[in-house]
Write a protein that binds this ligand. Sequence first.
Ligand SMILES: [Zn+2]
Length: 131
Amino acid sequence: MGCPACGNSAMVAKECDETLTYGGQSLTLHGMRGDFCTACGEGTWDPLSYRRYTEAQASLIRTVKGDVSADIRRIRKSLNLTQTELAGIFGVGKVAFSRYERGETRPPAPLVKLLRLVERHPELLKEMAEV
Ligand SMILES: [Zn+2]
């Protein structure tokens, strides 16, 4: 099969990492496979990699635009905290998380980032409560 972009017939199979970026967030997929053009670098993913790519892209878009309120609730539950407890740790008003989770108020971007960080490193919660 030739290159879909330039018609060059030399396509080589390659395994590589592919980083997707969207709205300031990025996500790297490791071990992606496909055939790449030796002339222009254009390539086509194999079916499995292609599916991973489209799923990752969709989830990235969901993460950036998507339902931040559901995300906040999910993270809070995973941390096993009430809205009031989490508000105390983050130093925001008691009802702030209730508003974020009901979608009444859009949470500030730094807060969302911090929350995602804490989700990945729950041990930071203790330190956050101290600073
Ligand atoms: Zn090409």
